[in-house]
Design a protein around this ligand. Structure first.
Ligand code: AP5
Length: 213
């Protein structure tokens, strides 16, 4: 099962992708998580990516595409994968289509988690992320058991640098300009499905499961 999660920043792509990965036993591949791990480890890629991420801009395609193409060819991807945060531009989508067609494969589902902009800024301000394992919480909808501490690994929870309101606005603008056109791209490929991302997360997941079958 090869799945792409589409949607604005904070729409809930990561929340849903983790559950899909667990239910269907396929890897969850998040380019945002890969970049954040590289930033944490101080790699060259991390240093370059941070310059863009902190401004709410996209990391250039040339730093992003090869990374994903290599990752989806690893052994654990042979039964499929769920892509979260990639593709984010038409050139990234074309690179993915071309790489898969060379091995006689194609993406099967593009799921757009639809949330209006006005809901997004509130959500991002309430999000807290674990500095160690990347688990995400929300101060109101999924608070950790102990304030500021990750339930899973006991590490500190932080507000991501790019979740500050001014950066969220910039990310939304970038999303509308560069990523939203992918909705038409995947509609054209006949694999687009839209789910309402404003309902409770269990309901969003149930709707996704019913379309994946
Ligand atoms: P990335 O990490 O991919 O960020 P994003 O797409 O902006 O998405 P988010 O992780 O912010 O949100 P999400 O949709 O996963 O929502 P979540 O489930 O956490 O990318 C970060 C940056 O990296 C980019 O800005 C860019 O610079 C760079 N980058 C990454 N990929 C790239 C690429 N391919 N090309 C170029 N650059 C790239 O949910 C959000 C909050 O809402 C959480 O607190 C959650 O608990 C809560 N929530 C979720 N669902 C619900 C619900 N149904 N009801 C109420 N609350 C909910």
């Amino acid at each position: 099962m090869k799945i792409i999660m589409l949607g604005a920043p904070g729409a809930g792509k990561g929340t849903q992708a983790k559950q899909i990965a667990s239910k269907y036993n396929i890897p969850h591949i998040s380019t945002g998580d890969i970049f954040r791990a590289n930033i944490k480890n101080g790699t060259e890629l991390g240093k370059k990516a941070k310059e863009y991420m902190d401004q709410g801009a996209l990391v250039p395609d040339e730093l992003t595409c090869d990374l994903v193409m290599d990752r989806i060819q690893e052994a654990d991807c042979k039964n499929g994968f769920v892509l979260d945060g990639f593709p984010r531009t038409i050139p990234q989508a074309e690179a993915l289509t071309n790489a898969l067609s060379k091995i006689g494969e194609k993406m099967e589902y593009a799921i757009d988690v639809d949330v209006p902009d006005e809901n997004i800024v509130n959500r991002m301000g309430g999000r807290r992320a674990c500095v160690n394992c990347g688990a995400t919480y929300h101060l109101v909808s999924i608070p950790p058991k102990k304030e500021g501490i990750c339930d899973t690994c006991g590490s500190e929870l932080i507000l991501r640098d790019d979740d500050k309101p001014e950066t969220v606005q910039k990310r939304l603008t970038v999303y509308h300009e560069q990523t939203q056109p992918l909705i038409d791209y995947y509609k054209g490929q006949g694999i687009l499905h839209t789910v309402d991302g404003t309902v409770p997360m269990e309901e969003v997941f149930a709707n996704i499961v019913s379309l994946l079958g």
